[in-house]
Design a protein around this ligand. Structure first.
Ligand code: CP
Ligand code: NVA
Length: 328
């Protein structure tokens, strides 16, 4: 398997074999790290990390993974560079491409990361756009594989906002890897029809299915994984909260959502999550609307089915695998 020089923008660009290779490489690098075996094989390389939106996991994962591989990093925060403001994406790409061996971008439209990739001349990794979050996918699939030993044939249920970066990416990834994907939400949050069509075609080849289901009891029947994400994503206006709460509260992941699921079912969330009042936004929403828990209850989040912190740790191992595979 040779992925050297490839961009990592969306898993639409990767075959099932390539995705499985990255998952297995992440597991291998995780094991090396646990055993204290050095793997600084990318010594002397430098990478740039462009963040137009905030981050904890993705930024820290890129930094720690880079250091473990022997690389140096430069972090460009939403205010500290000329990117897209005083200098076009194409110009910035050509400048950074002369200095760095790889570039991570987190920000807004997918077209920005595509443009960056077009001009950079070095691998560009998508650290989240409005449409896709592909590095999260390798971590999520690694986590599921660790729990079940396999991916093919599992039933994956996504509840909540079915039309944003996380749901889009999960739908594509499940379709590629032969996992049955069910998005459980109301029509306003159904995924883009064209992406659904694409996913269905891909799923037909891998032997899996893509289903849109409004009824929670039907959707979660025999589920292996129940997944959710925030109801208001970064970059969306605060004003949408009221509508989102009304629309999506029926799709909160709570104990009832697990009643129909398999006894072995796990709970996943890319994080950050609103499951209590220990965040500023969580408290603001509580003061305005009276809800103490949003997309997931504290009981599920803290409960025995939850694998969210394994999932978060796996972000680092999988981002390391993505960089290693595209740079080595
Ligand atoms: N899951 C995820 O991407 O987290 P951050 O926003 O903290 O990077
Ligand atoms: N949908 C979320 C994902 C965060 C990792 C957002 O875009 O804010």
């Amino acid at each position: 398997m040779n992925l050297k020089g490839r961009h990592f923008l969306t898993l639409k660009d990767y075959t099932a074999e390539e995705i499985n290779y990255l998952i297995d490489l992440a597991a291998e690098l995780k094991e090396k790290k646990k055993q204290g075996i050095a793997h600084d094989e990318l010594r002397g390389k430098n990478i740039a990390l462009i963040f137009e939106k905030t981050s904890t996991r993705t930024r820290c994962s890129f930094e720690v993974a880079a250091y473990d591989l022997g690389m140096h990093t430069t972090y460009l925060d939403p205010t500290a560079s000329q990117f897209g403001k005083k200098e076009s994406v194409a110009d910035s790409a050509r400048v950074l491409g002369r200095m760095y061996d790889g570039i991570e971008y987190r920000g807004f439209g997918q077209e920005i990361v595509e443009e960056l990739a077009k001009y950079a001349g070095v691998p560009v990794w998508n650290g989240l756009t409005n449409e896709f979050h592909p590095t999260q996918m390798i971590a999520d699939m690694l986590t599921i594989k660790e729990k079940f030993g396999t991916l093919e044939g599992l039933k994956f249920v996504y509840m909540g906002d079915g039309r944003y970066n996380m749901a889009n990416s999960l739908m594509v990834t499940c379709a590629k890897l032969g996992i049955d994907y069910v998005v459980c939400t109301c029509p306003k949050y159904f995924p883009d029809a064209k992406l659904v069509q694409y996913a269905k075609e891909v799923a037909a080849l891998s032997g899996s299915t893509i289903t849109i289901e409004e009824n929670v009891a039907l959707a979660t029947k025999d589920a292996d994984v129940i997944y959710t994400d925030v109801w208001v994503s970064m970059g969306e206006p605060e004003e949408v909260w009221a509508e989102r709460l009304t629309d999506l509260m029926p799709y909160q992941v709570n104990e009832a959502a697990f009643v129909n699921a398999k006894p072995t079912a796990i709970f996943m969330h890319c994080l950050p999550a609103f499951h209590d009042l220990n965040t500023k936004i969580g408290r603001d929403v509580y003061e305005k609307f009276g809800y103490t828990e949003l997309e997931v209850t504290n009981e599920v989040f803290e409960g025995p089915r939850s694998v969210v912190f394994d999932e978060a740790e796996n972000r680092m191992h999988s981002i390391k695998a993505i960089m290693y595979a595209t740079l080595k």
